[in-house]
Design a protein around this ligand. Structure first.
Ligand SMILES: [Zn+2]
Length: 109
């Protein structure tokens, strides 16, 4: 890795075409992301899983993150064995108990 990066949660994925690649699961909004850092300057990076199809460095980061087991492929990657991984935190969240809706006032007859 060639550059300084300011996030301790990022997992380094090696270098690609002069950029440092990272996988970061610390994003509260938007879920995990991949990062391609181009210098040690704080803002000089690209990130975003949605750009992995458009930006080669981010696509490479995503592939390496999948290969390293940091993430499972999205649905558009269907057909790969990793998609059947038992790790499915999103499903567990969605399948969790739903709190009862609050009731207002008395409706008994
Ligand atoms: Zn990070």
């Amino acid at each position: 890795m060639r550059f300084q990066h300011d996030c301790e949660k990022c997992k380094p994925l090696g270098e690609f075409e002069g950029a440092d690649l990272y996988y970061c699961e610390a994003q509260l909004i938007g879920g995990p992301t991949v990062i391609a850092r181009h210098s040690s300057d704080g803002a000089d990076y690209q990130s975003g899983m949605v750009f992995a199809d458009k930006i080669p460095a981010l696509g490479e980061a995503r592939n390496r993150a999948i290969a390293a087991g940091y993430m499972t492929p999205n649905l558009e990657f269907s057909g790969t064995p990793a998609a059947l991984s038992p790790e499915a935190p999103l499903e567990r969240r969605v399948g969790g108990a739903v709190p009862p809706a609050p009731t207002f006032g008395e409706h008994e007859k």
